[in-house]
Design a protein around this ligand. Sequence first.
Ligand SMILES: [Zn+2]
Length: 92
Amino acid sequence: MSNQAIPDLTPPGFTRSVDHGRVHSLHYPDGTIRIRHECHRPRDGRTLIHAPTLTIPGHVVVSTAPVTISPSILCEDCGLHGFLSDGIWRDC
Ligand SMILES: [Zn+2]
């Protein structure tokens, strides 16, 4: 299956996309940051390109170049969990 076949739910309007390996961070003009990734959802067996926002109110964007966000980031749909620091994604 090619990448084009995976539904992409990424909202339009971001002005910057940074490649961190397994994820991309998308930066929107209002300051929103989304974590775009291939999301394999055990709940319904589907795979989507999904870009959830940072959900913890305490998330701090320490730096945007290179991107560092604290604390760790979790996608509740697929369980993706990792740290984004110095522009590099590291799985937990
Ligand atoms: Zn996910």
